[in-house]
Write a protein that binds this ligand. Structure first.
Ligand code: FAD
Length: 373
């Protein structure tokens, strides 16, 4: 008989666990409390962002995950594309950091190359604005969040060993001599050999005791999408403010960067931008760390993002078509993400923060490997 796995959580971390477990030959029951997942995994940029990952183990995990994304993108309709990214420098200090980045020991693994403004425009004619150059990262990629999880589940449905059960909230867990058990709101008991709790930022509920001393926090982001554009932008974009936040650059001359403008500093902002298949552009983001979070979407961050886009595009930024926010769980320790075994074969996996989409197949592979020993 095949060994059984229950995956709790239908976000990208849970879905990648389900996928890699099916491919490894396990029988998988995949449970999600909502009728369809509505959390971080469908609210994000869909970036597979290798460029910003920290030197060492984090980059190694990101590169492994990037390779897995490429393979999965060949099997499932998820809009995977190895489009690469451009980090735009708008002043000399940022440009200097880009040159330093392109000279890092692992720059070749990230596919880093500095482009002049003219070379950047040749590559992306839409970027006709006022800037000095860009850092190209050929390893960065993107997927389409609106179809991602459904596309992965369509692929999973080709396995007779996969079952998907939405609208199923797990409220209890126990381990006894017969193995691991999860229990849903109706009292139904699911017996299993292995269980992965991939509940994202749901740190409370029946997991609250296990999570009470966990080094994780919640982070809220504000996002938006422009109306669809006819012009095409193939690369994903970041502005120079992103150099302050991504750990890849932490040992470079980022202390020489000019002070961020008011709202950008206040909300820990950077511009990230990726064009969706319908021509709209997903843009963001802000970062809010203090709970309880505000429930409102304030306008000032969007005005700032649009002014940065106007400057890079050299023409008025397209109007916004929709706005939303999202919350992710982030490890606050030096661990790349949070993993805790709460019983033999039962593990909580969360806390990958703003790199959760990027790392998800690599994280899932680590869990499945621990079960296959
Ligand atoms: C705005 C935003 C932008 C981001 N951009 C990027 C990006 O471009 N690239 C990147 O790498 N990362 C990005 N991230 C981070 C990434 O989206 C997250 O790290 C990742 O989606 C987390 O996935 P998850 O499956 O752990 O959590 P979630 O997506 O939150 O999924 C958890 C699921 O578990 C379910 N669940 C919870 N409790 C239970 C229960 N008791 N029973 C059953 N089901 C339960 C929830 O309903 C939910 O569907 C972004 C995040 C946000 C918020």
């Amino acid at each position: 008989m095949k060994e059984r796995v229950v995956v709790v959580g239908g976000g990208i971390i849970g879905t990648m666990h389900a996928l890699l477990a099916c491919e490894a030959g396990f029988e998988v029951l995949h449970l999600e409390r909502d009728l369809k997942p509505t959390s971080a995994s469908v609210r994000n940029f869909g970036l597979v962002w290798v460029s910003g990952r920290d030197v060492g183990p984090e980059l190694r995990l990101a590169l492994r995950a990037r390779a897995l994304w490429g393979a999965i993108g060949g099997k499932a309709e998820i809009g995977f594309r190895p489009n690469g990214s451009l980090t735009i420098a708008s002043n000399e200090a940022e440009m200097n950091v880009l040159y330093e980045a392109a000279n890092m020991d692992d720059a070749h693994l990230r596919g880093f190359r500095v482009l002049t403004a003219a070379e950047t425009r040749d590559l992306e004619p839409m970027l006709a604005g006022n800037y000095l150059g860009a850092l190209q990262c050929t390893e960065d990629a993107a997927v389409e969040p609106p179809i991602l999880l459904g596309g992965l589940r369509n692929y999973l449905s080709t396995f007779s060993t996969y079952s998907w059960k939405p609208g199923c909230e797990i409220t209890d867990f126990y381990h006894d001599s017969t193995g691991n058990h999860v229990v849903d709101t109706s009292g139904k008991d699911y017996s299993t050999d292995y269980v992965a709790f991939c509940a994202g930022a749901a740190h409370g509920g029946f997991l609250s005791e296990e999570m009470s001393d966990a080094a994780v926090r919640k982070v809220r982001l504000q996002m938006a999408a422009t109306v669809p554009m006819k012009e095409k932008l193939s690369h994903s974009l970041a502005d120079g403010d992103s150099l302050r936040y991504y750990p890849a650059f932490k040992n470079l001359s980022i202390d020489t960067l000019p002070r961020q403008s008011g709202i950008a500093a206040e909300r820990y902002m950077q511009l990230l931008l990726v064009q969706r298949s319908d021509g709209s552009m997903t843009i963001g983001d802000t970062h809010e760390y203090d709970e309880p979070f505000d429930h409102e979407l304030s306008e000032a961050p969007y005005d700032h993002l649009r002014s940065v886009i106007t400057s890079i595009f050299g023409s008025e930024a397209p109007p916004l078509g929709k706005r939303w926010d999202g919350v992710y769980s982030q490890s606050t320790s030096s661990d790349i993400y949070f993993r805790k075994e709460i019983a033999p074969g039962a593990v909580i996996v969360t806390g990958a923060g703003g790199r959760g989409n990027t790392l998800s197949p690599g994280i899932a592979e680590e869990t499945i490997a621990s079960w296959s020993k």
